[in-house]
Ligand binder design. Structure first.
Ligand code: SF4
Length: 391
């Protein structure tokens, strides 16, 4: 029996911390089917239009056991955790699995999941990763059309343009609500901690979007600004596919920092871009896919006319961040490839940069505390009065 939550944040926290529990309750309540989708590009709007519950599979807190035998130890913790979830039945709550081409490690995890969850539909669509070739829009359109056909067949429902348009509106509304709080944070409001904002985004990846939107409406309506204090203003960068551990976010704040912006997948990256509600729905999803990589460039995509480093500098200037902390998932190749460029760009502008490597298990929090505190001390030495955001 489901109990009414005392507050929107409590309900979101429950879903974020126990996605399988949420999915079980949702299925019991609605009689519907839930599908697992994998980061970072699968268009959940299409599954929603088919009446399914699309859930982005989260890294869970369980130690990796069987997963370590299924993928090599130099796969990232997220991909090994996914393999472990499949091997130990923690993905049994899902009726199917859908993925858009992403990185080689996630595709390795997908192979394991496909093997261990046989009998249930597993679909991998090759969404073009070369983002600005002459043939890119058409290739992306063909893949989006395939997603529509595949999910229609899976759900036994015709995904009409009308249904898809409604789902696009619902998801746009959700992103807009989340962006409202992110924009307020950039402009100096510190009402929500970075952990709370992460909970909002993470739960939006799990909950039925209409339900999440209603909770967000409440949060935004109740929101009253809390002026930012003089803690060191931090931009958090990196960490794809799964959320940084809440204790790490808390550590940054305990050490005298306040996160003013980020480009995390469980953050600004995920909510950055809407689909055009006036375009044909498939074209709108193609446009959203292409524009997202311009708005917040992703190292798993190849695009000659956008740079993550240029984006990062611009974000730092806009929010007034004083330091950048890169959260690198251990063995995340796409992120590692871009780090030298990011570092060079930040050094050229004299912006302090700290690289913290994270793992599924055993994050050395006390070592990180020392490094973060040292960086903050350096950043505040001879500090000028508060830098006012420019946008
Ligand atoms: S992009 Fe990085 S974090 Fe995501 S699955 Fe690939 S290696 Fe892991």
């Amino acid at each position: 029996m489901e109990h009414a939550a005392a507050s929107p944040l409590e309900a979101m926290t429950r879903a974020a911390e126990d996605p399988a529990g949420y999915v079980e309750q949702w299925k019991a309540r609605t009689g519907g089917r839930a599908i697992a989708v994998f980061p970072m590009n699968f268009p959940a709007e299409i599954a929603h239009a088919a009446g399914l519950l699309p859930v982005i599979v989260q890294e869970d807190r369980n130690p990796i056991t069987l997963g370590n035998n299924l993928l090599s130890e130099f796969n990232c913790g997220y991909s090994r955790n996914l393999a472990d979830q499949a091997a130990t039945g923690r993905l049994d709550v899902f009726d199917g699995f859908f993925m858009a081409d992403h990185c080689i490690q996630l595709i390795g995890a997908a192979d394991v999941i496909r093997e261990l969850t046989g009998g249930r539909r597993f679909y991998l669509g090759q969404l073009i990763s070369s983002m600005n070739d002459p043939w890119t829009p058409e290739q992306a359109r063909l893949t989006m059309t395939d997603f529509v056909a595949e999910l229609s067949s899976f759900a036994g429902v015709e995904i009409t343009d009308e249904r898809l348009r409604e789902s696009i509106k619902t998801y746009n509304r959700g992103r807009k609500l989340l962006r409202t709080l992110y924009e307020q944070r950039r402009s100096g409001d510190s009402r929500f901690t970075s952990g709370e904002l992460q909970t909002m985004v993470k739960s939006s990846m799990v909950m039925q979007r209409e339900e999440h939107n209603a909770l967000m409406e409440d949060l935004v309506a109740q929101s009253s600004a809390t002026p930012r204090d003089d803690r060191v203003r931090v931009h958090l960068s990196g960490h794809f596919c799964h959320a940084p551990k809440p204790e790490l976010l808390a550590l940054i704040e305990e050490s005298g920092g306040i996160v003013v912006d980020d480009d995390l997948f469980h953050g600004a990256r995920y909510i950055s871009t809407d689909a055009d509600e006036s375009a044909s729905p498939v074209d709108a999803l193609v446009g959203q896919y292409l524009e997202r990589n311009v708005n917040v460039p992703c190292p798993t995509r190849a695009q000659s006319d956008v740079d993550w480093d240029a984006y990062l500098l611009n974000a730092v200037h806009s929010s007034g961040a004083e330091v950048v902390i890169s959260l690198l998932v251990k063995y995340c190749e796409p992120h590692m490839l871009y780090l030298p460029e990011l570092r060079k760009a930040l050094e050229a502008e004299g912006i302090p940069h700290l690289l913290l490597e994270t793992e599924h298990e055993g994050i050395p929090l006390e070592t990180m505390r020392t490094r973060i505190e040292a960086m903050f001390e350096q950043a505040t030495r001879g500090r000028a009065p508060t830098r006012v955001p420019t946008a």
